[in-house]
Design a protein around this ligand. Structure first.
Ligand code: NAI
Ligand code: MG
Length: 372
């Protein structure tokens, strides 16, 4: 059996705690792998002025998959006093390394399964099993933003977008523009990925989430692309809903839904809602998946107030490990790991603080490892 190369990117804060927990279960399932550490995140930005250094990019070019903890992100405009003295006053700005990684490696699928394991005290209702396919490289996350607005863009707006002329008459630093960019190819491939998943896993329905009645150009294109792709999958039902209505209906009856597919921002929103229904941030796992590379992570951030305390729930990360095993084709190990997680949750003897218990991050990982 081939030895896998797995990039190991703890990042900041509790990213370190939860990846330590992930290693405990990976050792127990005996994945034949080499774990190659990589630097990423806010702390490296402070030390080196780069949150995603070239050596980490090189590392990711040469691995089968990556496990990623979490990073601390900051707005682009920050007072650079947290930077190492030699790097201060150089006009360095901070850019989220995750968004960069997704674009650089074309990790166009953000896959977020949201499954409620029986007797999790945090379940909103028992039996929820939703899967979110979020587009991961374009939409409002395309990274095309202007603040202040350049004069030429303001002039163009004045010329082309008459109804919005009042904005363009303002001083250039009194408004900002973030571009929502959706391509037909980008929309089609995420919808196709969702349909392929549904086909492979016997899922019955895809719901396309959008706001095409108001955001007509971009969301209209996404919806149209979805309808085109749906024709190739006659056995699977497709419907669609506006993002706002969707949040209400999901809460009202999550059992009406199965696989959800959405452009980047709506996918982010809807997957947090779905994650909350199955236990919250301690249970939300995520895969950033491209053709060559996939990076798995919990959906939560670095939770600085808990950093290094080994207090947070590692289940989100352990479920991300399960997703990685699936992606590597190690389905027997993936099934065993998920069963171990489910059993520990069901028994309810080991619970982290969010579940109403006082077990530590590593005790939870150990309890899961013991079931393997
Ligand atoms: P967060 O997700 O880090 O934490 C918010 C709160 O949720 C925590 O204070 C804690 O009460 C709870 N929580 C999070 N993970 C948990 C776990 N595993 N078990 C139990 N409880 C858990 O969000 P926050 O505080 O808004 O952001 C902190 C930093 O993380 C920010 O800089 C943010 O930009 C960044 N962030 C990074 C992400 C990533 O690396 N993918 C995703 C989201 C936020
Ligand atoms: Mg999010």
């Amino acid at each position: 059996m081939a030895e896998y190369k797995i990039a190991w990117l703890p990042g900041d804060g509790i990213g370190v705690d939860v990846l330590e927990a992930a290693k405990i279960v990976l050792d127990k399932v005996q994945l034949d792998a080499k774990y190659l550490p990589g630097d990423i995140g806010w702390e490296f930005w402070c030390k080196e002025g780069d949150a995603f250094p070239p050596r980490t990019i090189e590392l990711l070019k040469n691995v089968d998959a990556a496990m990623f903890g979490a990073i601390t992100s900051k707005p682009a405009k920050i007072t650079a006093t947290e930077l190492a003295p030699a790097l201060q006053n150089k006009g360095l700005t901070y850019r989220s390394p995750i968004v960069r990684m997704r674009q650089l490696f074309d990790l166009y699928i953000c896959l977020r399964p949201c499954k409620g394991y029986p007797r999790n005290p945090l379940n909103f209702k028992e039996g929820i099993d939703l899967v979110v396919y979020r587009e991961n490289t374009e939409d409002l996350y395309a990274g095309v933003e202007f603040a202040p607005v350049p004069q030429e863009l303001a002039d163009t707006l004045m010329k082309l977008a008459k109804p919005f002329a009042p904005f363009a008459k303002l001083p250039l630093d009194q408004y900002a523009i973030s571009c929502k960019i959706n391509t037909r190819a980008g929309s089609e491939r995420i919808v196709r990925a969702a349909f392929e998943f549904a086909k492979q896993h016997g899922r019955k329905k895809i719901t396309v989430v959008h706001k095409a009645n108001v955001v007509r150009a971009t969301d209209g294109l996404f919806l149209e692309a979805a309808k085109t792709v749906a024709k190739d999958f006659p056995g699977i039902k497709m419907d669609d809903a506006n993002i706002d209505a969707m949040t209400m209906w999901l809460l009202k009856n999550p059992f009406n839904y199965d696989v959800l597919v959405a452009p980047n921002l709506y996918g982010d929103i809807i997957s947090d809602l779905c994650a909350q229904m199955v236990g919250g941030l301690g249970f939300g796992c995520s895969g950033n998946i491209g053709k060559k590379l996939a990076v798995f992570e919990p959906t939560h951030g670095s939770a600085p107030k808990y950093a290094g305390q080994y207090k947070v729930n590692p289940i989100a990360t352990i479920l991300a490990v399960k997703m990685m095993l699936d992606w590597l084709g190690e389905s027997r190990k993936a099934v065993a790991l998920e069963a171990a997680v489910a059993q520990v949750i069901k028994e309810g003897k080991v619970r982290t603080y969010d579940m109403g218990g006082s077990s530590t991050t590593l005790q939870m990982a150990q309890a899961i490892a013991e079931k393997l």
